[in-house]
Design a binder for this molecule. Structure first.
Ligand SMILES: [Zn+2]
Length: 200
């Protein structure tokens, strides 16, 4: 099982005692079909869940990598609120290299998930809007956090935009600092500055 996890994602690790309770506290519900932790915070807290493609009740579940770490969940929500997805979709339309990388990330996602079994209902479904769109930065960030840089280029961009660093724990930052972050982000958007910056 541990070998399987490594094949699914470089940073994936087995579920440890306390992980399920931690995820329950992060999400406000118990994780279902949990097979591993895709990535962790520097403090060890689960950051991404790896979930069976078919839940115990039989429901197909395409989202192999699901973001749970509150600081990054918040960061992705903020990017989405700032209009980052429209920007990324525009970039996908004009940058053939990025578009090809996004499509490749889609195929790669499905291949990784198939290591946990075939679910015909979602055979060509990945997550986050792949292969051609960006619809959920949380899903793409979770993917990038689990597999490392260079697999999902849009997820990589989003993680860079929130300065995700697996060596830094931000779990202690409460809703107060999160709220003030939203404040400064909202007031700092003047001048047509790109949310993500340019890659070049
Ligand atoms: Zn932490």
């Amino acid at each position: 099982m541990i070998e399987d996890l490594a094949a699914i994602a470089t940073h994936a690790t087995p579920v440890l005692p306390g992980d399920i309770e931690a995820i329950e506290a992060q999400l406000g519900r118990r994780p279902r079909g949990l097979v591993g932790i895709g990535a962790r915070c520097a403090c060890g807290a689960p950051a991404v869940t790896v979930t069976e493609p078919r839940l115990p009740d039989g429901t197909p579940f395409p989202t192999l990598f699901y973001l749970t770490l509150p600081s990054v969940v918040y960061g992705m929500s903020r990017l989405e609120a700032e209009g980052c997805m429209a920007e990324l979709n525009a970039r996908l339309a004009e940058d053939a290299g990025l578009a090809a990388g996004h499509r490749a990330a889609h195929a790669d996602y499905i291949e990784r998930r198939r290591l946990l079994g075939d679910v015909p209902e979602i055979a060509n479904v990945s997550a986050g809007g792949m292969p051609n769109r960006v619809k959920c930065l949380h899903a793409l960030a979770a993917y990038s956090m689990s597999v490392g840089e260079g697999v999902c280029p849009v997820g990589d961009l989003a993680l860079r935009a929130v300065a995700w660093d697996p060596a830094v724990c931000r779990c202690g930052e409460g809703s107060q600092s999160a709220a003030s972050g939203a404040q400064s982000a909202a007031s700092g958007g003047e001048g047509g500055q790109s949310v993500l910056g340019r890659a070049e």
